[in-house]
Design a protein. Structure first.
Length: 426
């Protein structure tokens, strides 16, 4: 009798192991199939087939130990039931789309460029009034993927001073086109688009105003086309070259989150569907893109950024909000990944004689060394330190930002004294 009890106990344990191994194998089958196909139905079929097979093979000896006469039938029934339950759970989690807001109406002042690179780029323009200036100003938004929704007040002030001003949504962002192959979101693609824009508007030289990632993009464009840039303004620029920070410590927005905000971000990113997408992204980005499409991923990215936005500001500043324009998830993921594998652009930039204004906010979450890398690299760079401003200086200190931008582009004295120190002010 004791021996029978022991066999049955071992059988029950083996059946439990069969269920656990079957589910684990299903996950492995889903991700493994993703390396071969981007078809979501095939991924699901592969996962269920692996789940059934592993559960059947492990459950069979469990039923033998348990003394079941028709163990094959029992193993088949067990594997089938587990597959049905797993399919139902995946249908309610991994396969259930997240909210996808409908397209809003395109404002009447938004136009589009069909660039020879293949990008369809949404943009706004503020035409110059008064004395015409030779080089147009192009604003480059951050992210990558956090498109502006209008020409800023600073941009309109520049238009009133004679500059043609453009603000565009980079490919994969805002109202601009998304790429079918998400691995084509690269720094080189962004640089090529920007030069195609320069040629489309018929400008010999352009003035670049870049915020955060937009500052990084401006620098990469300057390295590739130094003879095409008249001036540049880099506001809280992102990393110039990731190779300069082998420890990866560049300072990230997530480092500043409150416990409540971190909890909410974890809730948004650690859902079964988001985890499945991240795992697929590591083996086959196309499969991840098929599972979670652009509109769905963009909306979730927006929720994450909205939760994190206060961490980008100085304490006590009026709360910022994201533009109504659509964010771009995949362009963010893959452009940053591409930037981390680029050769060093700094040798070319050290010979680029381009007047450049660098603005650094007191509460910027980026490490000081990230900003100072631009100052020590660009030979004609001026650095100003903005008290009371976080990463988005134009939001925290709009009047200071505008006055510094306009003064620099019009060759007037800056409202802030240039900062010459190698370490941040105490």
């Amino acid at each position: 009798m004791a021996q029978t009890l022991l066999r049955r106990t071992a059988g029950v344990l083996l059946l439990l192991v069969a269920a656990v191994l079957g589910l684990a194998a299903a996950v492995a089958g889903f991700i493994g199939a993703g390396a071969a196909t981007a078809s979501v139905p095939l991924l699901v079929a592969a996962a269920l087939a692996v789940l059934f097979g592993v559960t059947f093979l492990v459950a069979w000896p469990g039923f033998v130990l348990f003394g079941v006469a028709r163990r094959r039938r029992a193993a088949v029934i067990s594997a089938t039931v587990l597959a049905v339950v797993a399919a139902a759970l995946s249908g309610a989690t991994v396969l259930r789309p997240m909210p996808r807001p409908a397209d809003g109406k395109v404002p009447p002042d938004v136009r589009f460029w069909a660039l020879p690179t293949g990008s369809r780029i949404a943009y706004r323009e503020a035409a110059a009034t008064g004395t015409a200036r030779p080089a147009p100003v192009i604003f480059l938004h951050g992210g990558p993927g956090t498109a502006n929704d209008d020409i800023s007040q600073a941009g309109r002030a520049l238009a009133a001073d004679g500059f043609d001003v453009y603000a565009y949504d980079q490919v994969g962002s805002g109202r601009s086109s998304r790429l079918r192959d998400v691995t084509q979101y690269t720094v080189a693609r962004q640089v090529a688009d920007l030069d195609a824009i320069r040629r489309t508007i018929g400008a010999e030289k352009i003035i670049l105003v870049g915020q955060s990632w937009g500052g990084s993009l401006a620098a990469h464009y300057m390295a590739a086309h130094p003879d095409r840039v008249a001036k540049a303004v880099l506001s809280s620029p992102g990393v110039l070259w990731y190779g300069a920070f082998p420890d990866g410590e560049t300072g990230e927005l997530w480092d500043r989150l409150t416990p409540e905000a971190r909890k909410r971000v974890d809730e948004l990113t650690n859902t079964p569907r988001m985890i499945a997408m991240a795992l697929l992204q590591s083996v086959n980005p196309d499969a991840a893109h098929h599972l979670v499409g652009d509109r769905e991923a963009d909306q979730r990215f927006r929720e994450i950024l909205t939760t994190s936005l206060p961490a980008a500001q100085c304490p006590g500043r009026p709360p910022a909000r994201l533009p109504d324009n659509r964010t771009g998830f995949y362009v963010n993921q893959f452009t940053i990944d591409d930037a981390k594998h680029l050769p060093d652009p700094r040798p070319r930039l050290r010979t680029a004689r381009i007047p450049t204004l660098i603005m650094r906010g007191e509460c910027d979450y980026k490490k000081w060394e990230v900003t100072y890398d631009y100052k020590r690299t660009l030979p004609d760079a001026t650095l100003v330190y903005v008290p009371g401003a976080g990463h988005a200086i134009a939001i925290d200190r709009p009047a200071v930002y505008e006055s510094a931008l306009v003064a620099f582009l019009l060759d007037r004295p800056l409202p802030l004294r240039p900062y010459s120190g190698t370490a941040p002010p105490s």
